[in-house]
Design a protein around this ligand. Structure first.
Ligand SMILES: Cc1ncc(COP(=O)(O)O)c(C=O)c1O
Length: 396
């Protein structure tokens, strides 16, 4: 067996299951989960139809680079969404089977394990795939805290020069999971300056980019920030997905875009790995990227939900509506793990302890004292959960 598998941590949801072991919540209260960040609004009918209308395409192997139609649709979306001067659909765009597999595979392509002791820098708390990707690629993960005191921005000044020298890859997540923080131009310029000084690759995870609350100010993307800074896409690759944007997590469809030289290497890796996308999924994805109406409707649903649920949560917890994304990241009045355990037992509501999403770094676990709540269910169910949390907090 690959010994590196031993270094993988169990997934936060496994830790949660263990935490709840032996708990017997009141069966009269229906279980409500705010624990898992899986979209639950229905997948639009036109996307489902495009999938079923193209099943005859299953009789051929799809190209790993993706169809021209899909890559053109993605490039057009990117150009429009991020006001890019240009993006070459042939060399700067690659479809992937959801951002998760791509975020993982990317580290396997980028990290050179024979060069010193390679480091992969990631935010803390973070999406656990970054860590597993780094470890299996033979790199050491380095966790940079994103604390409330720093406005949920990564404090890169805490990273020693010696670590930057060994850094080969940096994961960035904007809008952030779990904090919802959207990076601005100044933060991106700091990241570009670090990458250019130390020569590492930036992987910008933007899979929550289309869930935001003000139609007039969509989150800034990394390619957009690069274009605005006159920098170009050197060593910069973004990861995006239909899972949240189009409520299609089961479709397994996303893309990477950016530096053509890096994507050429990534395509080579994917050819061997077997990363080609199902051709019917490619057709459904192309129509999804071409349509914005369903995305606006989806956003409206989230905006209404956050408007109604956040004030109720605020009766019990210190919490703000995020910049973007579908999580509330709330400070807990008692230790986060204890809060989640007792809430489940008393109210049959699941929330995810923040410390399960973070590691100790610079002397703290920045997830301590927070819980993540995914507002993915319909509004009434989220409201019911919020009311139960208020009730629970009264008795602490
Ligand atoms: C931060 C982040 N990145 C990536 C993903 C993966 O999404 P998908 O593979 O569905 O595109 C998730 C899923 O929850 C996520 O939270």
């Amino acid at each position: 067996m690959n010994p590196r598998l031993q270094s993988l941590q169990s997934y936060p949801f496994e830790k949660l299951r263990k935490l709840f072991d032996g708990s017997k919540p009141d069966p009269a209260r229906r279980h409500i989960s705010l624990g898992i960040g899986e979209p639950r609004h229905p997948t639009p009918e036109f996307i489902r139809r495009a999938l079923s209308d193209n099943l005859e395409k299953l009789s051929a192997y799809p190209p790993t680079a993706g169809s021209d139609t899909l890559r053109q649709a993605i490039a057009a979306w990117l150009t429009q969404r991020y006001a890019l001067p240009a993006i070459d659909w042939k060399t700067e765009v690659l479809p992937v089977n959801g951002s998760r597999e791509a975020l993982f595979a990317f580290a396997q392509t980028i990290v050179n394990p024979s060069k010193g002791l390679p480091v992969v820098v990631c935010p803390n708390p973070f999406y656990q795939i970054y860590e597993g990707a780094a470890l299996l690629a033979g790199a050491q993960p380095y966790y940079v805290n994103t604390t409330v005191e720093k406005g949920f921005c990564a404090d890169y000044s805490q990273v020693p020069e010696e670590v930057w020298r060994r850094t080969q890859l940096l994961y960035v997540c904007s809008p952030g999971n779990p904090t919802g923080k959207v990076l601005g131009l100044a933060e991106w310029r700091e990241i570009f300056a670090l990458a250019d000084r130390h020569g590492f690759v930036i992987a910008s995870d933007e899979c929550y980019s289309e869930i935001y609350f003000d139609e007039a100010s969509p989150p800034l993307g990394a390619l957009q920030a690069a274009a605005r800074s006159g920098r170009g896409f050197d060593r910069l690759v973004v990861f995006s997905s239909l899972s949240k944007r189009s409520n299609a997590p089961g479709l397994r469809s996303g893309f990477v875009a950016g530096d053509a030289a890096v994507l050429k290497a990534f395509l080579l890796y994917r050819t061997y790995h077997g990363g080609a996308m199902n051709p019917a999924v490619q057709e459904a994805s192309a129509v999804a990227w071409k349509d914005e109406t369903h995305v606006r409707e989806n956003r409206k649903k989230y905006a209404e939900k956050f408007d109604r649920v956040t004030p109720v949560m605020q009766q019990a917890l210190e919490v703000q509506r995020p910049d973007a994304g579908f999580y509330l990241w709330a400070r807990t009045p008692i230790a986060d793990v204890e809060f989640a355990r007792r809430l489940y037992a008393a109210q049959n509501v699941t929330v995810l302890p923040g410390s399960f999403l973070a590691r100790d770094s610079a002397g703290i676990n920045p997830g301590n004292g927070f819980v993540r709540m995914a507002l993915v269910a319909e509004t009434e169910e989220c409201l019911e959960a919020a009311r139960r949390i208020v009730e629970f907090a009264k008795h602490l």
